[in-house]
Write a protein that binds this ligand. Sequence first.
Ligand code: ZN
Length: 101
Amino acid sequence: MSDGVLARCLGVEEAAKRLEEVHDKVCGTTKPVNLYRRLQRQGYYWPDMARDAKAREEACLKCTWMPDRAECAFINVVDWRQPYIEYLTEPYRMIDTKRIS
Ligand SMILES: [Zn+2]
């Protein structure tokens, strides 16, 4: 691992168990840091870890449904329909009474 910590190489059975274990902990939140990186952070390693982690994420509806954080733009928006709704429900507010009289 890049921080100098050695990863523990897991056998097939333990790898499958740890994959499910870590997935269940982070399910639905894996987009910013994917499941592979989270497994690495736990100090796990097996030869197909990247492929298995990606396949596990792709097989999970909750993991695939979450939008990528970079794709989200959170801005404070008032409902754009509100002025139109107000106009239609209370049209007399929009009429300039000085022009009429
Ligand atoms: Zn999931």
